[in-house]
Design a protein around this ligand. Structure first.
Ligand SMILES: [Zn+2]
Length: 91
């Protein structure tokens, strides 16, 4: 993702409608529910919005599933969403 200087929030809705998250579904692979992923909500909660400075962001994980029935996945992305301005930044 190319990062340009932005004044307006980059929202999840905009990311989704732009096709940036095409094929991704909200959620995270089961094996990431323990381990490295445990830290993300805490990191989010302690982070500030890069746009408006609000502290306390919400974790928004997205997974590109290869086969959801078997739990096979090919890509995992996490975003932090600002509760004030709805800006999201990728972790
Ligand atoms: Zn914000």
């Amino acid at each position: 993702m190319s990062m340009t200087t932005q004044r307006r929030p980059q929202t999840l809705a905009a990311l989704i409608s732009s096709g940036e998250l095409a094929g991704f579904r909200p959620g995270q692979p089961a094996e990431l529910l323990s381990g490295i992923n445990d830290i993300d909500p805490e990191v989010c909660a302690a982070s500030r919005c890069e746009l408006c400075g609000q502290r306390g962001l919400t974790l928004r994980p997205f997974t590109l599933w290869r086969d959801r029935r078997t739990g096979a996945w090919s890509e995992y992305r996490t975003f932090a969403e600002c509760p004030m301005c709805a800006h999201v930044s990728e972790f």
